[in-house]
Design a protein around this ligand. Structure first.
Ligand SMILES: NC(=O)c1ccc[n+]([C@@H]2O[C@H](COP(=O)([O-])OP(=O)(O)OC[C@H]3O[C@@H](n4cnc5c(N)ncnc54)[C@H](O)[C@@H]3O)[C@@H](O)[C@H]2O)c1
Ligand SMILES: O=C(O)CC[C@@H](O)C(=O)O
Length: 409
């Protein structure tokens, strides 16, 4: 068997938050067996302890990977977000520590779109309240305030992977789709882009949020925006909890300005299923509350497990960073007999000259070379003769601006 730069059994992988078993299966198949799995997110101190000798970590939306965590994770090479959102990771700190971050940008989009569509139907029929009344022994048989979704206007905020799928599904039910996005987007079907958020809010019977967590989307639905919505309209949020002012939403539902809401994401979410869920919406019957499960279907979780585990294994095996969210992207071929040097450095003048000098000064041959940079970081991959890699690696590590260097063979 070929000698490995680091025995795969020594490569420690930690998977948190009940990541689907397809991830472990995929990693096992790629030769990685040193895998610790946890069903929940971990408190910061415990996470620091668990991560200190880990090479790879897999998380979902609950685990906060802060700068402090990266400072304690000396061996950490890559993070796999087994979800779409990467707002829970300090991507800048990860980059500065030479840690590549990967996610699964598409695998759960259909699941979210299906849930939102179902909620739109339930909300326009007033089902959440009728359901709650029945559970308490009441009987609320009435057509007052109940509507079909056919012919109604769905306002989508954020017309990306999920927003566009929802748009197509909603039109198939006869809904009119209008959307607001900061980027000019090609409307699918008969959808129309609306340039002004307030205009969209004023015309939609259902408003559904599908924006990422960004400084610009924080509290983008506050009291003023909720007031702009049509009386009797409904709000759906399966994006991020920080996007909606939850107190203002509670007030709007209590005053009956909005007739209902379906909320899957919250400003504060329990760490695991044993923690209490606290929210001002808990006692409001017209609100559907779900525990951040927009993407939690068997299909989505299995695909996500496979997709992200594959990305981690590829990065570990040959350095490929394709679809990393914080690293220069390089697609790399297999390196065969050659040894592959990976050099991650600050994007400052002089580093490339210094790298080339290592090879010219020592009369070493470079078989292949790949380079990609972003604003902050440069990623150089060099395939060299097997006899040359020890010396080259030693000297590459000394170059000023080096964040991390390793060899693969
Ligand atoms: N509830 C869940 O379980 C679940 C599952 C998957 C994704 N999500 C969340 O949904 C979000 C959206 O997912 P996606 O795959 O559609 O993302 P995406 O990146 O494909 O689309 C996001 C869209 O929002 C737009 N946008 C950004 N800032 C905006 C702003 N200020 N105003 C209006 N539009 C803005 C972007 O231009 C883009 O078109 C994710 O970032 C994630 O946070 C939640
Ligand atoms: O699975 C999760 O915890 C998060 C799902 C969703 O919010 C995502 O960002 O993909």
């Amino acid at each position: 068997m070929a000698k490995m730069s680091l025995d795969k059994d020594k490569i420690k992988i930690v998977l948190l938050e009940g990541i689907h078993s397809s991830a472990v299966a995929t990693l096992n198949e790629a030769g990685y067996h040193n895998i610790d799995t946890y069903k929940t997110a971990l408190p910061e101190e415990k996470l620091i302890e668990v991560i200190k000798d880990a090479h790879f970590i897999g998380i979902r939306s609950r685990t906060q990977l802060t700068r402090r965590i990266f400072e304690h994770a000396e061996k950490l090479t890559a993070v796999g977000c087994f979800c779409i959102g990467t707002n829970q990771v300090d991507l800048g700190a990860a980059q500065e520590h030479g840690v590549a971050v990967f996610n699964a940008p598409y695998s759960n989009t259909r699941s979210v779109a299906e849930l939102v569509l179902a909620e739109a139907i339930l909300l326009l029929r007033g089902i959440p309240e009728k359901n709650a009344v029945c559970h308490r022994g009441g009987w609320m048989k009435t057509a007052v305030g109940s509507y079909e979704v056919r012919g109604k206007t769905l306002g989508i905020i954020g017309y990306g992977a999920i927003g566009t799928q929802l748009s197509v599904l909603a039109e198939s039910l006869g809904m009119k789709v209008r959307f607001y996005d900061v980027v000019t987007k090609l409307p699918l079907g008969n959808a129309q882009q609306i340039r002004n958020l307030n205009d969209l809010l004023g015309m939609a019977d259902i408003v559904s949020l599908h924006v990422p967590e960004l400084p610009s989307t924080k509290m983008m639905m506050g009291a003023d925006q909720l007031a702009q919505m049509k009386p009797g309209a409904v709000l759906i949020n399966a994006s991020r909890g920080t996007v909606v002012d939850i107190e203002a939403l509670a007030a709007s539902l209590e005053s009956k300005h909005l007739s209902g809401a379906a909320i899957d994401v919250f400003p504060v979410e329990p760490r695991g299923n044993d923690d209490e869920f606290l929210s001002p919406l808990r006692n409001i019957d017209t609100a559907i509350l779900t525990p951040h499960i927009g993407g939690s279907t068997q299909e989505a979780q299995e695909n996500i497990g496979l997709e992200v585990a594959e990305k981690l294994a590829k990065y570990s095996d040959n350095g490929t960073t394709i679809s990393s969210v914080n690293f220069p992207e390089v697609a790399l071929p297999q390196h065969g007999e050659a040894h592959r040097l990976l050099h991650i450095h600050k994007n400052i003048p002089g580093v490339l000259t210094a790298i080339n000098r290592v090879f010219s000064d020592n009369n070493l041959n470079i078989c292949s070379q790949y380079l990609q940079t972003n604003e902050k970081v440069g990623y150089v991959v060099l395939d060299v003769d097997s006899g040359d890699s020890d010396l080259a690696l030693e000297q590459l590590k000394q170059i000023e601006g080096t964040i991390r260097a390793r060899v693969l063979f």
